[in-house]
Design a protein around this ligand. Structure first.
Ligand code: 6PG
Length: 242
């Protein structure tokens, strides 16, 4: 297993810019190779500054050839404050000239089972007759070692065929829909965006003890082509062995 690439950035503004630089470079490579770019957004609050930084540099991306997906979604309506779609729409998608038909949200307003089935159909159609691989996939990291909505001890961890399944957040027993390890690990580029002192311990364990217990879900994000890239602020990187 190749070693993860770690970018530690000192200030919040530079952290967001570094992530945006990396994402824009990934887009350039995708456009060069396949004249299109599939970009999977992560949920939670961490990526917001990165979305704003990308929107500020919108002229550097060909949005007509960009296809937006989500790594997971809370099972709430799209205008709910908890919706990952709403977070990305407000910080990013409303600021860029991307065709509406290029945005593929997970239908949080319907049942988790129906939403997962619907999204599997969306992915099957998008990848039809092409490699079933996303170009760039963003991930966050929870303090319990979850990523996307792959939470410790939940059924979605065992899915090795489907690309998307329903799951549950065991901390508050709420419904989720999440990409699975096959969908995540097959991405051409996987980027973990992590910031904050509260993530330092889990970051250090996932990066430095990838094959030893506890087997946090994020440890199984290894990437088939290349190891994940970690974009960390100094606080999140503060427990890494230097
Ligand atoms: C979600 C995310 C989840 C998130 C982490 C970190 O829907 O909550 O996909 O995996 O990335 O929980 O969340 P924060 O960025 O809010 O700390």
């Amino acid at each position: 297993m190749s070693t993860p690439r770690i970018l530690t950035v000192p200030t919040p503004i530079k952290w967001a810019q570094t992530a945006a630089d990396l994402i824009i470079e990934q887009a350039r490579l995708a456009f060069q190779a396949r004249s299109s770019w599939s970009f999977v957004l992560s949920g939670g609050s961490t990526p917001k500054p990165v979305y704003l930084a990308l929107a500020a540099r919108k002229e550097q991306i060909d949005w007509a050839k960009t296809y937006i997906f989500w790594g997971d979604e809370r099972c709430v309506p799209p205008d709910d404050p908890d919706s990952n779609y709403r977070t990305a729409r407000e910080a990013f998608l409303d600021q860029i000239p991307i065709p509406a038909q290029n945005i593929f949200r997970i239908l949080g307003e319907i049942s988790p089972q129906a939403a997962a089935q619907d999204y599997q159909g969306t992915l099957d159609a998008h990848f039809y007759k092409t490699e079933r691989r996303f170009d760039t996939l963003l991930l966050g990291l929870g303090e319990d070692g979850h990523t996307a909505s792959l939470f410790p001890g939940t059924p979605a961890l065992a899915e090795n065929k489907k690309l998307v399944v329903p799951n549950t957040n065991p901390h508050n027993n709420t419904d989720r829909v999440t990409l699975t390890y096959p969908a995540i690990n097959s991405a051409r580029s996987i980027i973990f965006l992590v910031s904050g002192e509260n993530k330092a311990a889990i970051v250090a364990d996932v990066i430095q003890n990838p094959t030893s217990p506890p087997d946090y879900p994020a440890k199984k994000v290894t990437g088939t082509d290349s190891a994940p890239i970690w974009v960390l602020d100094q606080a999140a990187a503060s427990r890494l062995n230097t």
